[in-house]
Design a binder for this molecule. Structure first.
Ligand code: ADP
Length: 494
């Protein structure tokens, strides 16, 4: 009987494969970085062949590490960097151009033109997205416009478009299946999240032939069988979700009001909003949540641009710390920040303020301010920024936060997690397994083939790493938050 679920976690800088057992414990992990290409300032590309070869090699490596064979694996789940765009030839499987990565800004002008034509509201209404070059639509159009003959071939049905999940499914099935899931489709800016279909009006606006689009299924679904020669046996590809939605699922946030916050370079927050697609009044994005139903649930998504990146800045530019983990030692060496606030608005400030011109700010500095205070203020800024996004989500959704589920590299910082609990006045729950993205893909695949029975079973298996309960006095909390608001106003005024 099969013992494991294989999660393929295709990220922006590396491809990983994790095998999970029935208790959802990691039994094997393999990872391989691949090349980033920067052909011009602001442009970012990957080689689709490297994405595939690195992903296939870590899959075989993870199996070999523990001597697993195909029969030991019940199903494959995929999670991936979202929005990144690949177009390939349906006959040969040959990519037409490099993958244009989500970070790539080459189509920023096209977005400005669309907004100037007054189309922003329509796009927002249908897709839940604030129009931006991040999303796939303008990247697809760019390839069709810049590769000779591409548009005519796309119209003739000779080309296929896919986000990275589709590309992997296509290669895993040797070109038999051209499909994606709701969560990935909802990041293309071509998918109507209310009607759950490709939107013909948007396809016209962006000039994209419908013939090149993948079929869309729920995240938990058997997409097809992997080719028997790849992993020495056929395996069902039974789960697929974009990375942030996979993490929400991996954190067992299945119901309305449940929120996860991934503390990485930035913070990525998602709130499940049940079956309601809520239009945000605070510039948050509305997106589809991963699930097994034909009729999927929705989520609100917000992000903080500078979180762990602020700690890297303290380490690399300010040279105040040697390692990221050291920030915790310094922060806990003092009782507070001595009135100092740092607003790390290095590239402007996002939700709920939205000002691209704001710049970083340190305020409240007095003669007694020490490096410890400064480092603590940078850590606290991560929690304040997450707090602001959470309050915006609560207001948009009209439901209060029950608890905050955390993961990501900087969630290892106990001081930061406790301060987050204090300032948000909520329980912060850090699971033992913080590989929640891969776990989400595994859960989706495992549920769709019956390896696990239902969501309750997953909730029961969950293992707590540490629970942080709020303990800050209300007046102190309000004072600190008022100070943060003043500091943000200072950064906005700059
Ligand atoms: P990403 O996936 O965005 O690359 P990770 O989840 O790997 O990010 O987390 C790395 C980030 O977390 C880095 O920006 C680093 O500065 C920060 N980080 C890692 N450990 C700690 C720590 N103990 N305290 C604070 N920040 C940390």
């Amino acid at each position: 009987m099969a013992k494991y679920i294989m999660a393929l976690d295709q990220g922006t800088t590396s491809s990983r494969c994790i095998l999970f057992d029935r208790q959802a414990k990691i039994v094997s992990l393999a990872q391989k970085e691949f090349q980033q290409y920067y052909p011009q300032p602001g442009w970012v590309e990957h080689n689709p062949r490297e994405i595939w070869s690195s992903q296939l090699s870590v899959a075989t490596e993870a199996m070999a590490q523990i001597g697993a064979v195909a029969e030991d694996i019940a199903a494959i789940g995929i999670t991936n960097q979202r929005e990144t765009t690949i177009i390939w030839d349906r006959k040969t499987g040959e990519p037409l151009y490099n993958a244009i990565v989500w970070q790539c800004r080459r189509t920023a002008d096209t977005i400005e033109e669309l907004c100037a034509r007054g189309l922003a509201d329509k796009i927002r209404e249908k897709t839940g997205l604030v129009p931006d070059a991040y999303f796939s639509a303008t990247k697809i159009a760019w390839i069709l416009d810049h590769v000779e003959g591409a548009r005519a071939r796309a119209e003739a049905g000779e080309l296929a478009f896919g986000t990275v999940d589709s590309w992997l499914i296509w290669n895993l099935t040797k070109g038999r299946v051209h499909a994606t899931d709701y969560t990935n489709a909802s990041r293309t800016m071509l998918f109507n999240i209310h009607e759950r279909c490709w939107d013909s009006e948007l396809l016209d606006i962006f000039g994209i032939p419908a013939a090149m689009l993948p079929e869309v299924f729920p995240s938990g679904h058997v997409y097809g069988m992997s080719d028997p020669f790849l992993l020495n046996g056929e395996l069902p590809i039974a789960g697929c979700a974009g990375d942030q939605q996979a993490a929400l699922f991996g954190q067992c946030c299945f119901r309305e009001g449940e929120v996860k916050d991934t503390f990485g370079t930035g913070c990525f927050l998602l709130m499940h909003t049940g079956d309601r697609a809520i239009r945000s009044e605070h510039g948050l994005i509305t997106t589809i949540a991963a699930g097994l139903d034909e009729k999927p649930g929705y989520a609100l998504e917000g992000s903080v641009f500078v979180a762990g990146a602020g700690i890297q800045w303290l380490r690399d530019e300010m040279r105040m710390i040697k390692t990221a983990a050291q920030s915790e030692e310094y922060a806990t060496a003092v009782a507070d920040t001595a009135g100092v606030y740092v607003v790390p608005a290095f590239t402007g400030i996002g939700a709920p303020y939205w000002n691209p011109h704001a710049r970083g700010m340190a305020v409240g500095i007095t003669r007694g301010c020490k490096k410890e205070h400064y480092i603590r203020a940078v850590l606290e800024s991560i929690a304040y920024q997450s707090h602001d996004v959470i309050r915006a989500m609560e207001q948009d959704a009209g439901v209060p936060l029950r608890e905050l589920r955390v993961d990501g590299g900087a969630s290892a910082n106990n001081f930061l997690m406790q301060f987050q609990a204090d300032i948000t006045d909520t329980v912060v729950w850090r699971p033992k397994c913080i590989e929640t993205t891969a776990l989400g893909a595994a859960y989706l695949a495992g549920l769709s083939v019956g390896f696990w029975q239902n969501e309750e079973e997953l909730v029961h298996m969950e293992q707590l790493g540490r629970r942080f309960t709020p303990g800050m006095d209300r007046t102190v909390r309000e004072e600190r938050l008022a100070g943060w608001q003043r500091a943000v106003r200072a950064a906005l005024a700059w």
